[in-house]
Each structure stands twice: as C-alpha cells, then as structure tokens.
Design a protein around this ligand. Structure first.
Ligand SMILES: *Cc1c(COP(=O)(O)O)cnc(C)c1O
Length: 219
C-alpha cells in the first residue's frame, strides 16, 4: 500500500473518531527493510521512522541523516541497558521504557548529556510472560517513579497479544494514560492502526503496510 493511502486512512480514522486532523503521527517502521525502500519513502517526504534495534538504526540512519537531517527517529524495540547511551544519541523518542534499571540509566545519562529523548512507558497489557513492559497493575507506580527521576515521560506504548481483540488493550492503555495525565499513546500497527486511532492513538507504528512484507534477515 502506498504511503499516501496509509495517510488517507489515518486522516479518515481521525475524522470518524472526531479527533483533530493531523493529531496522529505516522511512524514508518523501517526495520529490516532494504535501504531502497526506505529511500523511496524519504523521497516522498516522510520524515518520521521507527526501528526496533539500536545496532540496525546506528548502521542506517546516520547516513540517511546526511541528506535528511530533519528525520525523527523512534526506537520501538526492547532496549538493553548497555545500549541506552547509543539509543539516546540516535533517537528523538524511545517507546520501550519498561523497568527501573533502564529508567535509572536514562536519568544518569540525561544528566550527563544534558538531553533526553521523549519517553514512552511500555505496558504489557496482555500480561504475556515473553513480552516486555510493565504489567497494568504496576504501571502507575512505575510512571511516577520515572517522573520522579525527571525523565520526560510523554506517554505509553503497547503491543497487544496477536490472538486477541486489540481494542480492549488500546482502551486499557488509554485509561492508564488518562489517569496519569500522559498525553501520548503509541499503539496500532499495520493491521489495526485505525482501531487504535479510534481509541486515541497519537502515534501509530506501521511497517509492512507501507514497505511491504519484511525481507527476513540473512542468518
Ligand atoms: C515491527 C513493529 C511494528 C510494525 O509492525 P507491522 O505489522 O509491520 O506494521 C510496530 N511496532 C513494533 C514494536 C514493532 O516491532
């Protein structure tokens, strides 16, 4: 599907939900995509991208940024503490703050670097053992803990379980954000971004619908 088709669907979903036009940021998730495909989306004027691995982002975006310095990069994958500095240097937003150790690391580095990307707390709304994120019952306390470290927590992020109706998870994430006074919601992917917008998504993370199926990485 073309970038403009996705953008049209986002605008239509905003209208349907009576949400402000342009209130949803489209993060084009370029992980594992060949550079030609990423270049094509840049050439069409899109500037907001998502990657889930620091290493891959570091290998790709400094070069693209030579030509497109205004690119806004969002890191949306699990983050190891030892990659935190590199992540903070590369990205304008990190969507996967999910544990106190990472929060403490961000806080220390933010002091040192004098800046910090926008942060989203990842919530494991489905309480899936294999998935990252704080569980919903611990979210309020963790958000307050991170805010207490002066971290710029802008919102929440979730990845609903693959086999469940995502709406319930979007609604839960919106509720947790609202009661914590957080403005941003990172939710919705290729298969469900319109639903996410209906529940208040401010950031949708769309990969395969824009770029086509991901080419499996060489093993
Ligand atoms: C890969 C990925 C996406 C994009 O998924 P698509 O189904 O290709 O749109 C969104 N969010 C996260 C966290 C991802 O890792």
């Amino acid at each position: 599907m073309s970038l403009s088709e996705i953008t049209d669907r986002i605008r239509a979903a905003e209208r349907k939900a009576a949400r402000p036009e342009g209130g949803t940021t489209l993060i084009a998730v370029s992980k594992v995509q060949p550079n030609e495909r990423v270049q094509a989306i840049l050439d069409q004027g899109h500037r907001v991208f998502g990657e889930n691995r620091v290493q891959e982002a570091a290998g790709k975006w400094p070069d693209f940024r030579q030509d497109f310095p205004e690119v806004e990069l969002h890191l949306i994958g699990p983050l190891q503490t030892n990659k935190a500095r590199q992540a903070m240097e590369l990205a304008q937003a990190i969507h996967t703050l999910d544990r106190p150790k990472l929060a403490k690391t961000f806080a220390r580095l933010a002091q040192e670097m004098g800046q910090c990307p926008d942060l989203f707390v990842q919530v494991n709304t489905g309480e899936e053992p294999q998935k990252a994120g704080v569980i919903p019952s611990e979210a309020d306390a963790f958000i307050k803990e991170a805010q207490g470290m002066d971290l710029p927590v802008r919102g929440l992020m979730c990845i609903p379980p693959v086999d469940e109706e995502p709406s319930l998870h979007f609604a839960l994430l919106a509720k947790i954000a609202e009661r914590n006074g957080l403005p941003d919601l990172s939710m919705g992917m290729s298969g469900d971004f319109e639903k996410a917008i209906a529940f208040g998504a401010t950031h949708v993370r769309v990969g395969s619908a824009i770029f086509g199926e991901r080419v499996p990485p060489a093993t």
